[in-house]
Design a binder for this molecule. Structure first.
Ligand code: LLP
Length: 414
């Protein structure tokens, strides 16, 4: 069953019409499909059958507790990057032994928390971080399990803002330095070397760079073995792309099979950190047309969602399909789909051929990943509600913020 399909012409989320969702929860509103998320996780887990593998969902893609809980219940682990994400996944029922901690700027406090609960692994991104972690662990009388995030210097051929595996990026330890840093780590009393990690970028549509990165990482694994450093796992990061428009995103099988083949016969547990692929196409942003403003040069459709809700178009020039919930008869014309925010960059789509009238509902597709999590309160706009659909049931999994929420943490001068 497709997560979002039409029934009698009306776009549904599973078995619930988006018209009903808008009536019950208002707009703008994020709508997620439980089954789509579960099916996406299944795809990864199926490919890993027969291997010692663990899918550690990259929480940053969508950190709603309901999403996390759903994944935890089905055996997923988590890739986190902050105290906030750590506490979220624990709240959602994660097993600490299935949590990996990524990120270039882990604070001492975050390290303490993670050591205290006993996570699976710290993905260390620099020599300075390694030293700090050793110190924090020593002070607590603990040993910190680590992998080094190695920067394999391969071109992921994706948007420069989300490409992370090149030398010029801030992420990871340079490939040439990794071996020496592992040796150093081996001499640290409160560090236990557990694995090796790489993540080369996001929204990758070509499987080849993954294989290229893996070859480089495996060469390093062998060098380390020669140094007497034996690893128990390899973490291949996330990054598998999805179809937003007409891209040919590789299926999970064609992405993973070549990688698993390279790993066959090695005693290495396999960790993956997919984010977008698990939730991206499992969510949409439901919005209503407030005004139509046809003009000489451009026609503007002003909707009630904006760049503060979905930042991706403004930030990366990303394409999201925009479709009417109830298509109307009439001649389509090109519309600039824009929000109410006071910025010319506040657009959700350019020149979309649609037949529109004020009051129409639109669905902004493929918004389940890096949507709500990147939203802001710019222009003192409240963050939208989040709804999870499960068959014929709807669950409000985050209520819409109120204006009081917006200034609850502020005060006037005495
Ligand atoms: N692991 C690490 C260490 C990461 O930095 C990321 C994403 C992932 C895993 C998950 O990558 P995914 O499977 O979702 O591609 N805001 C951007 C995407 C930023 C990705 C950051 N890192 C966007 O909206 O496209």
């Amino acid at each position: 069953m497709s997560a979002f399909a039409r029934r009698d012409g009306v776009l549904n989320a599973e078995s619930v019409s988006l018209t009903d969702i808008a009536a019950e929860f208002g707009t703008p509103c994020w709508v997620y499909s439980r089954h789509a998320i579960e099916a996406a996780l299944d795809e990864f887990q199926r490919e890993l059958t027969g291997f010692d593998g663990l899918v550690c969902y990259a929480v940053k893609a969508n950190s709603n507790l309901a999403v996390l809980n759903l994944l935890a219940r089905r055996g997923a682990g988590f890739d986190i990057v902050s105290e906030g994400e750590l506490r979220r996944v624990l709240n959602a029922g994660a097993d600490p032994r299935q949590i990996v901690f990524s990120g270039v700027g882990k604070t001492a406090r975050e390290m303490e928390l993670a050591l205290d609960i006993g996570i699976l692994c710290f993905n260390v991104e620099s020599a300075a971080e390694l030293e700090r972690l050793d110190g924090v662990a020593a002070a607590m009388g603990k040993t910190a399990p680590i992998s080094l995030r190695v920067n394999p210097d391969v071109d992921a051929k994706t948007h420069p803002y989300i490409s992370t595996g090149l030398k010029e990026n801030k992420f990871g330890v340079a490939y040439e330095d990794a071996r020496a840093l592992y040796r150093q780590a081996a001499n640290l009393a409160n560090i236990e070397i557990s694995g090796i990690d790489c993540h080369i970028g996001s929204q990758l549509l070509d499987a080849a760079p993954f294989a290229e990165a893996l070859d480089k990482v495996l060469a390093l694994v062998d060098q380390l073995a020669a140094d007497g450093i034996v690893l128990d796992h390899i973490d291949l990061g996330g990054g598998l792309g999805i179809r937003y428009r007409d891209e040919d995103a590789p299926n999970v099988k064609s992405y993973l099979q070549p990688l698993l083949q390279k790993l066959a016969g090695r005693q290495l547990r396999i960790l993956l950190e997919p984010g977008r692929r698990l939730v991206g196409n499992a969510g949409l942003l439901l919005t209503r047309v407030e005004y139509l403003k046809p003009g000489e040069i451009k026609n503007f459709a002003i909707v009630d969602a904006a760049m503060n809700d979905l930042a991706r178009p403004a930030l990366y020039g990303s394409w999201h399909d925009i479709v009417p919930v109830v298509p109307r008869a009439g001649l389509p014309m090109p519309w600039e789909i824009v929000g109410p925010v006071c910025e010319s960059g506040d657009f959700l789509g350019h020149g979309r051929e649609l037949a529109l009238a004020a009051g129409d509902l639109l669905a902004i597709m493929s918004a389940g990943a890096y949507g709500m999590v990147m939203s802001s309160n710019y222009n003192s706009r409240v963050r939208a509600a989040e709804v999870m659909v499960d068959g014929a049931q709807t669950h409000l999994v985050r209520r819409r913020e109120t204006v009081e929420d917006l200034y609850a943490l502020e005060c006037r001068l005495p």
